[in-house]
Design a protein. Sequence first.
Length: 449
Amino acid sequence: MIHQLATEPQTISRCEELLARAKQSIAGGDSSTMRVLPYHLPLVAVRGKGSRVWDADDQQYIDLNMAFGPLIFGHCPPAVIRAVQKQISNFGSQLGFPTEITTRVAEKLKRLFPSIELLRFANSGTEALASTARLARVFTGREKIVQFEGHYHGWSEALFNRYHAPLEQLNGRDYGPALPGTIGMMHGGPQDSLVVRWNNLDALARCLETNQGQVAAVIMEPIMGNAGVIAPEPGYLEQVRMLVHDHGALLVFDEVITGLRVAPGGAQELYGVEPDITVVSKSMGGGYPVAAFGASREIMEPIVNGSLFHGGVYSGNAVVMAAAEAVLDQILARGDDIYAHMRDVSDRLSDGFGEILTRAGISHVMQHVGPMLSLFLMRDGVQELREYRDVREHCAFDRYITLQHAMQRAGVYFHPNQFEPMFLSAAHGPEDIDAVLERFEQVVACTDL
Ligand SMILES: Cc1ncc(COP(=O)(O)O)c(C=O)c1O
């Protein structure tokens, strides 16, 4: 049955009413700017189950956002809920001492990420990455951090740069000092950070050469997920690793998105390239706030011996450890099936979107790696997106917002900013994908894109 497209609302909806009320108490109406952008259609969520989410007006959506990635088993995953309930009712959420469950989670995570010998838990990707930058500086005795255009590593003073800078503000030399990610940053920007074009070995080589002996770490998302989904070119990660090591620096993979998402052991498993330091977060918690950073015993030694401080009242707390253990147990027990399933539904969605857009004569590029996927609407006929500058230059952001609004009205949610990937989960089945595609076909037919 064809899903009825909702007409433009005539009266103030409950979602609008709740957002207006939120703005009286919460700055901007929510605690993350990314959830209340000026071009967001109002959606105040009430509950989620599996692949679906319901708003305050009782509209149901097929959710292709999955809370920006963490919900690898969908909303309200039963095994995670059982584990959390057991932990909080029998043992407590936060004991304030070392606990066995934290050790078990570390042991299980290490089975997925053999590059990690020792790790520390944190509460968010931002925290874990800020600690990582400090660790790399302490370990190498160097100051500079190299990042890449379009890559996001949280909003800390250490790393937050203007990763979505307009083209005219990007450095003409292919690399240069990082621009501040926001006003109010100490010393006007992330300290001693350089930003380089990604998927471009030559630019990195020149940057490292010019900053010989000064670079502590090169940090990247091994699959770019913050300027749409862009995979590393064949051989790129291997060559970066060699180059970085030739210059005596550490390679850091920010696997906040890709860890336990594109493969159990993240992009490093998928591409067979091990970094020196790994950061994991979103999918590992199955919806609970957790992150981890880890490396060899040698690199982690400053934290072991206490010369480098790392703490956090809630770091490694029992309730999120219970959730993480439930996620890890499922992946360790039946990872092959879970990832094969997610690959299948993701291929089906990507192919389906592509076919419908091609039939409609709309210029587009589909890019996905496993269950992270980008649909780029193009301003021209460019067919390949290799780095941030390509997305900025060739993609039609306004038309994507128009498409997203029409899809949201048709009961399918994904983020309205084309830089944000769509995320699928193990809870999405072929029937969800077919329902999305049916609505998409209808939207494409009756929307001016
Ligand atoms: C690749 C990457 N690194 C770091 C972060 C920051 O994580 P958090 O929002 O948990 O602080 C994000 C968040 O989206 C991310 O996508």
